[in-house]
Design a binder for this molecule. Structure first.
Ligand code: PEP
Ligand code: MG
Length: 752
């Protein structure tokens, strides 16, 4: 055969056979005869994978016809099984001497010496094997291998379209219609049920065989050029559309989009008679097959990038290069992506997004921060999920257990429907309490505030009835941007936060960077112990320009209104004073330039490093208020990494030493009349919040979703009785007081 004209002619003839009105088996028989003739082979056979992972001879030219539908090989068995298992061609001049060779007498294949077997692939999965054999001892040429692979791809499409075989006879594992369950890592809790939407929609390649090769070649070149230009444009974008890991991914795309090997494979596939789209899919099939075999995570990652890139190229060729953000979305969308930047998530209509599933991601990834702000359950680190999901599949996201259910059975769906209904009932109860003040049975008023960090958090204030923002984490905005926000943008942001709060108090915390909070545009620090490192106030005092820049924006945003600001990770009073001096200097500047000042400025500090608890008199004489950060406090108090899951339950906040420490703080602050809030995660858990009230705390700031449950607890509590009950507990040597407190709640009928 002539290597270039051969496959094209063959593909054309295959298309003709497909349009004939004959039975499926006759079609397949005609096709193998055609391939054998075209490839000048004495034998051409098609094996397809059946349920049970067996490759069955479905049609042959040259072998005994009586073996059709009788000869079977397990995947991995014989040369055919080897090609199927490894999803790569075997080109053997002397097949019988190959270690995998397995003699099947019923086929009558004795006289054949050489064999070329190629996998029939779809979506990287093996559907079957296509093989040609010759009597002579020969090595098939590279172009012949390429041609047979192209034919195999077209065959794959014909098989799955049901035109060649009854689909019930082929392996069900090929179809993405069975339930699939996976366990990942939840980066934002919650449960959601809905329909799958692919953030980067797949393009279904409709036309495989080219009418005009030159035209397809030109189309491919245009598509590649467009793809490159689009990636360059995204990387050069000045706005916040990309950040952090998305940028790294794009950098990798740029490199691969210029990879000569990849481009050459695409061109070869077009030259063998495929349309530009089909060529991309053909090369993508090989990449996916290699990816599935790959155990080295770095190489797998690289192949993954090629796979993504091929998807992008397909979308360019089809003229659908955008993400799904601006398409018509189902009302209960569950988004699927490999990874996603925060701004990309924000691009969606938030009223329609119920959950997000990522192949990658981490708790500190910026998209997780945004998902938490939007209160959207997000599960990440589900390897291979994009190979499993189809657009519009039913999906259940269980962010409480980190489980994903794709195409769940009726029973699973019903169980979750029930769970969601119960949740909705609880939500309705909380919503009904929204405007009710949080007052204990014995008349103690507790202020319930919420934590926030982005503009998208603000609507939660109204929804939950929070009395203000007890902690506004300003670093989040810096983290989700891809460059340092400009002063003007910061002023706008802080003004909108104050506008959104509508007169309710907002406590802004200055930048708390370092540790696990990294800026995508800053140089990594490479510290041995980042949690104990150059972070938060330590960093900003060493870089006062940055802190002053932020204070300047806060003062400008708050003109005429109250401004509460505090510093993170202060470890000694002297440090607090230095930071406070910077505020004073900025206030002087405001006076100097005759800018309208805030009505009142209160400067406070986080108390999250234990050392500060041993300087309380001096601290309380200088700080206008204190906010206890129990997350970091716990980490430094017990010397326990807050992010290490192995130590997650090693020590308890509700233990005699921690509660005694907190009691010292609250007692001292009360004696001095200095307001204290607790704004760590502890405040949002009803049992812990109850204990805090027992200690004397009357102001708690928490994630918006916790306001309802905590308020419910407060309303059922008698604070005086709890304090009396707790008075005896501090001196105990128990590991934890959790059980004792739980029993108290139980005996008092308090909902926790
Ligand atoms: C804390 O440490 O408790 C706190 C509220 O701050 P962050 O979680 O932002 O470190
Ligand atoms: Mg902290």
């Amino acid at each position: 055969m002539t290597a270039t004209a051969g496959p094209r002619l063959l593909l054309k003839r295959m298309r003709e056979i497909m349009s004939e009105r004959i039975a499926a088996q006759s079609r397949l028989d005609k096709i193998v005869t055609l391939i054998a003739a075209n490839m000048v082979a004495e034998v051409c056979s098609v094996y397809l994978l059946r349920p049970g992972r067996q490759l069955e001879l479905f049609a042959t030219e040259g072998l005994n016809k009586t073996a059709v539908h009788k000869t079977r090989l397990k995947i991995g068995e014989g040369i055919i099984g080897d090609v199927g298992l490894n999803a790569r061609p075997l080109n053997l001049p002397d097949a019988p001497s190959h270690p995998s060779f397995m003699y099947k007498p019923e086929t009558g294949e004795d006289p054949y010496q050489s064999m070329l077997g190629v996998p029939i692939l779809r979506g990287g999965r093996t559907l079957g094997v296509l093989a040609v054999q010759n009597r002579t001892h020969r090595l098939y040429g590279e172009e012949e291998v390429e041609a047979l692979q192209t034919v195999a791809m077209v065959l794959a499409e014909m098989v799955v379209s049901g035109q060649l075989v009854d689909l019930a006879e082929v392996d069900e594992g090929l179809k993405r219609d069975r339930p699939w369950r996976a366990h990942g890592t939840a980066f934002c809790e919650g449960i959601a049920m809905g329909r799958a939407v692919l953030h980067e929609p797949r393009v279904k390649v409709e036309k495989l065989i080219a009418d005009d090769i030159a035209e397809e070649r030109a189309k491919l070149d245009r598509g590649v050029a467009e793809l490159r230009a689009a990636i360059d444009a995204m990387l050069a974008a000045e706005d916040d559309v990309i950040a952090g890991e998305t940028r790294d991914v794009l950098e990798a795309y740029r490199m691969f989009a210029n990879d000569r090997g990849w481009l050459q494979r695409l061109r070869d596939a077009v030259n063998s008679g495929l349309t530009a789209e089909a060529a991309v899919e053909r090369v993508q099939n090989d990449t996916r097959a290699r990816m599935m075999r790959q155990t080295d995570s770095l190489i797998r990652e690289r192949l993954h990038d090629f796979d993504d890139l091929a998807n992008r190229l397909l979308r360019h060729l089809a003229g659908k290069a955008d993400t799904a953000a601006h398409e018509a979305l189902p009302a209960d969308t569950i988004l699927f992506a490999r990874s996603m930047g925060p701004a990309e998530l924000l691009d969606y209509d938030r009223t329609k997004i119920r959950g997000v599933i990522l192949e990658e991601g981490s708790p500190t990834s910026h998209v997780s921060i945004v998902a938490r702000a939007l209160d959207i359950p997000l599960i990440g680190r589900i390897d291979g999920v994009l190979d499993q999901v189809e657009a519009n599949d039913w999906v259940i996201v269980d962010g409480d257990t980190s489980d994903l259910h794709l195409r769940p059975t009726h029973d699973v769906r019903e169980a979750y429907r029930h769970k969601l209904a119960l949740r909705a009932q609880r939500q309705a109860t909380f919503a009904a309490m929204r405007t009710r003040p949080a007052i204990t049975k014995d008349g103690e008023v507790v202020r319930l505030l919420m934590n926030a960090g982005l503009i998208v958090d603000l609507p939660h204030m109204e929804e939950t009835g929070a009395e203000g923002i007890g902690l506004f984490r300003t670093e989040l905005q810096f983290m989700i941007a891809h460059e340092m926000p400009r002063l003007k943008n910061l002023i706008e942001l802080y003004s909108s936060v104050l506008d959104g709060a509508n007169g309710k108090p907002v406590v802004f915390r200055t930048l708390d960077l370092g540790g696990d909070k990294v800026l995508p545009y800053a140089r990594p620090l490479n510290e041995e112990n980042p949690a104990l490192g150059w972070r938060a106030i330590r960093m900003t005092l060493d870089r006062p320009a940055l802190l002053r820049y932020q204070i300047r924006a806060l003062l400008a945003a708050a003109k005429g209104r109250d401004l509460d600001l505090m510093f993170p990770l202060v470890a000694e009073v002297a440090e607090f004073k230095l930071a406070r001096d910077l505020v004073n200097r900025e206030l002087d500047r405001v006076a100097r330039i005759k800018q309208r000042p805030p009505r009142k400025v209160r400067v406070g500090t986080m108390l999250e490093v234990p050392s500060l608890g041993f300087q309380l008199p001096a601290l309380l004489a200088t700080a206008d208020f204190i906010s206890v950060g129990s997350n970091d406090l716990m980490q430094f108090f017990f010397a326990v990494d807050r992010g290490n899951p192995r130590l997650g339950s090693r020590y308890d906040l509700l233990s005699p030493p921690m509660l005694s420490f907190l009691k010292t703080v609250i007692d001292a602050a009360k004696a001095r009349g200095v307001p204290v809030t607790l704004c760590g995660e502890m405040a949002g858990r009803p049992l812990e919040a109850m204990a805090l009230i027992g200690l004397g705390f009357r102001s708690l700031s928490m994630a918006p979703a916790s306001i309802g449950p905590v308020k419910q607890m407060v309303i059922g509590l008698n604070a005086g009785r709890l304090s009396a009950f707790m008075a005896d507990l501090f001196g105990r040597s128990d590991h934890s007081l959790r059980d004792a407190l739980r029993q108290f709640a139980h005996s008092e009928n308090i909902t926790i």
